[in-house]
Design a protein. Sequence first.
Length: 411
Amino acid sequence: MGDAWIIDAVRTPRGKGKKETGSLSGVHPQQLLGQALNALKDRNGFDPADVEDVVAGCVSAVGEQAACIARNGVLAAGWDPRTASGVTLNRFCGSGQQAVNFAAMGVMAGQQDLVIGGGVESMSRVPMGAAGGGLDGNDPQLAALHPLVPQGISADLIATIEGFSREDLDGFAAESQARCEIAQKDGRFDGSLIPVRDADGNVALDRDEHPRPGGTVESLGNLKPSFEGMGAYVQKGETRTMDEKARSVYPQIAGIEHVHTAANSSGIVDGAAAVLVAAPDYAKAHDLKPRARIIATATAADEPVIMLTAPTPATERCLKKAGMEVGDIDLFEINEAFAAIPMKVMRDLDMDHAKVNVNGGAIALGHPLGATGAMLIGTVLDELERQDKTVGLITMCIGGGMGIATIIERV
């Protein structure tokens, strides 16, 4: 098996995922991805004709994000139509990370020399859930087998079982915001950030606009739980509330404590990211300097009602494939879909919080579903370089009871 080198990684800023106030809401998602592709080209000087494929994650692949946005992103970039093909994939929140992993697999297998992996999600223009069908695809037989509930209920279920209090979650969220504030002031994201331009060529956004610094456990504690009403909701054709459906699988709890809020959950945002992956021989022949190599990738599955616990087994599997232990990793990125997720992974694997999400995470920055995983790969690489450290691990929870992990090492 050959090496897969990461030559570069770029991302757009994360814009608020609201049509009224989001600075990227006026930019078509194809253009978001196309601008990320062009930024990679301009920064590294490769010939687009050599790119064998563009693999892009996108969760809501409908409407403006339909019709294979990976290929349309290539066309929107203005590249010769005879250059890169494109493929769009959906592994829910892990889509962007899976896209990079698939790009690396093609290179490591010796079947491709230059591939781009990334992702895009315009949550202001194509709202979450726009594809319809729910996690079970509206299949009553599957619903009878696995009474799936919305992810917010699953997150609250995890917090209840783990004994995470509202104060614990709000403390984690306040720390995420504080770390992000320091990172923005220090310019720690600047190396990967690219400005997004509108149709007239004007800069629409050049800085993440979702962070809300200054929150404290006390101030965040004033917010109402986001999923309490949802937990009491009875779906059409059902006789049980969402909470009761979850408790039918986890009868050991007396009830679900609804402790996640808008402040300790990930934000809804727009954004795109792209990672350039090359075979070493190609890179050397074309004077492309590697920044890192991908050591190992893994996915894992867990019980689908609790849904968001699989980053732990995915991380364990990835470490085993790499012949490593938790102590061998210098920096971790664990997607902050909900505060309980990284808190549980850190507890499960005895991780030092000082090494986890050191510049904040999706609670502060937001989570553009199909793009986040690719963004996190660039984030941890930038920080490894800043701190002159070597090995980073990225992991994410995924809908339906899945997890994904990637280990990278600086070259």
